[in-house]
Design a protein around this ligand. Structure first.
Ligand code: KG4
Ligand code: ZN
Length: 315
């Protein structure tokens, strides 16, 4: 079964075809993030205008080349005008082609990005960390379709903390990759950040305190000092954000001894330091991350996979 997945929840316009929820036939991603490099974040109406222009030619190219059996689109959450572009295109195409239309929750899309290119079977139960610009969540998955939310951020998402942190450090948007690159040249213990919620018994996260601590460190420096200290600040900040995630993951594992696998998904799953930290904590547990970096950040393939795994494969 060929499923067309359409993802337009933020600044990406991504259309993909995935066969039987796993094999990625094509995954086209057009992003307007370059328009927001020095703006610190996405401007919703600019993103949506861009998507109105970008989507039709991609859809035409795909429909000329492939016969599709179903269409999936991101229904929520996201920027309203951007979601509307994808939803409208999906509705029109499904009606013209007379194929089933499947609305997909963006979070399910990220959770199911693990199925893309999957070679073996997932062993449940799974702890799934979904970390992006819009959310930071810890899920317990007991099957392909059943999951319970164990914890989530009480304030900013971790990706947001990366993006806002980059703005404070005058590094370009998106902040995650900028901070990760700058951090390579810095020292993780150059600046101290006290980790949030150390004695909190829940599995919730909080990232805004770390962002404010970075703001104070930056405010204590002159512009010239900030230039020379940028990589040290980036390394220490990245280390603190990721260590907070690790603390919560450790607690979740201690509470759920039966866990078979850990999944790390969402845009922040692209972060190398976080992957390394989790890998060394995992021990004998399997850590799965999306098979390609482009399946971590927003993409149409994960939406198609999710529609297949949760709906079409069960119809
Ligand atoms: O999943 P995603 O593409 O969009 C949302 O659903 O939000 O995630 C985007 C987020 C941005 O905040 C971006 O800074 C972050 O993922 N990100 C990273 C990295 N690559 C992208 N954060 C840390 N390290 C990275 N290498
Ligand atoms: Zn996302």
């Amino acid at each position: 079964m060929y499923v067309l997945g359409i993802e337009t929840s933020c600044d990406e316009t991504s259309l993909a075809i995935v066969e039987n929820g796993k094999n990625v036939v094509c995954n086209i991603i057009s992003s307007s993030s370059n328009l927001f490099t020095n703006r610190g974040g996405v401007i919703p109406e600019v993103a949506a205008r861009n998507q109105v222009q970008a989507l039709p030619p991609i859809l035409n190219t795909i429909l000329e080349q492939y016969t599709i059996n179903a269409i999936a689109y991101t229904k929520e959450p996201g920027l309203q005008s951007s979601l509307l572009v994808g939803r409208t295109a999906a509705h029109i195409a499904a009606s013209v082609l007379q194929v089933p239309l499947v609305p997909v929750h963006h979070t399910h899309g990220h959770l199911d990005s693990i199925y893309l290119d999957l070679q073996d079977a997932i062993q449940f139960p799974v702890l799934s960390l979904s970390l992006s610009g819009g959310h930071s969540e810890l899920w317990l998955r007991t099957s392909a379709t059943d999951q319970t939310l164990l914890g989530r951020t009480r304030d900013d998402a971790i990706g947001e903390a990366y993006d806002k942190g980059a703005m404070l450090l005058t590094l370009p948007y998106p902040g995650g990759p900028s901070i990760a690159t700058a951090a390579e040249l810095g020292s993780t213990d150059a600046y101290s950040f006290s980790l949030p919620m150390r004695s909190d018994p829940t599995l919730d996260f909080s990232f805004s305190g770390l962002k404010n601590a970075l703001r104070l460190h930056v405010a204590s420096l002159t512009a010239a000092e900030l230039e020379t200290e940028k990589s040290n600040l980036a390394a220490s900040y990245q280390h603190a954000l990721n260590s907070h995630v690790l603390n919560k993951l450790e607690r979740a594992l201690a509470n759920n001894m039966e866990i078979q696998e850990i999944h790390l998904v969402g845009g922040v799953a692209a972060n190398k330091d976080l992957r390394t930290k989790i890998t060394s904590m995992c021990g004998s547990l399997t850590l799965r991350v999306p098979s390609k970096i482009e399946y971590c950040t927003d993409n149409g393939a994960m939406i198609a996979a999710s529609a297949y795994v949760r709906t079409l494969n069960r119809a």
